[in-house]
Design a protein around this ligand. Structure first.
Ligand SMILES: [Zn+2]
Length: 61
């Protein structure tokens, strides 16, 4: 019996903004209090950050 060498696939995660599947290795991650978000790049991370700030601003006043 010969061993089958199966390439180990890196774990993938979905970008929180564009939902693209990205290897966990290269994902930018943001750890919240009870959750972890992943981003495919700084562009999506910035976009999410802007949105989060806007959401927070709504409660102001
Ligand atoms: Zn993305």
């Amino acid at each position: 019996m010969s061993e089958n060498i199966v390439p180990v696939e890196p774990e993938h995660v979905a970008c929180a903004v564009c939902m693209k599947q990205i290897p966990k290795d290269v994902a930018k991650s943001f750890e919240g209090e009870e959750y972890v978000l992943h981003f495919c790049g700084l562009e999506c991370y910035a976009q999410w950050q802007q949105q989060a700030q806007q959401d927070n601003g709504k409660n102001n006043g």
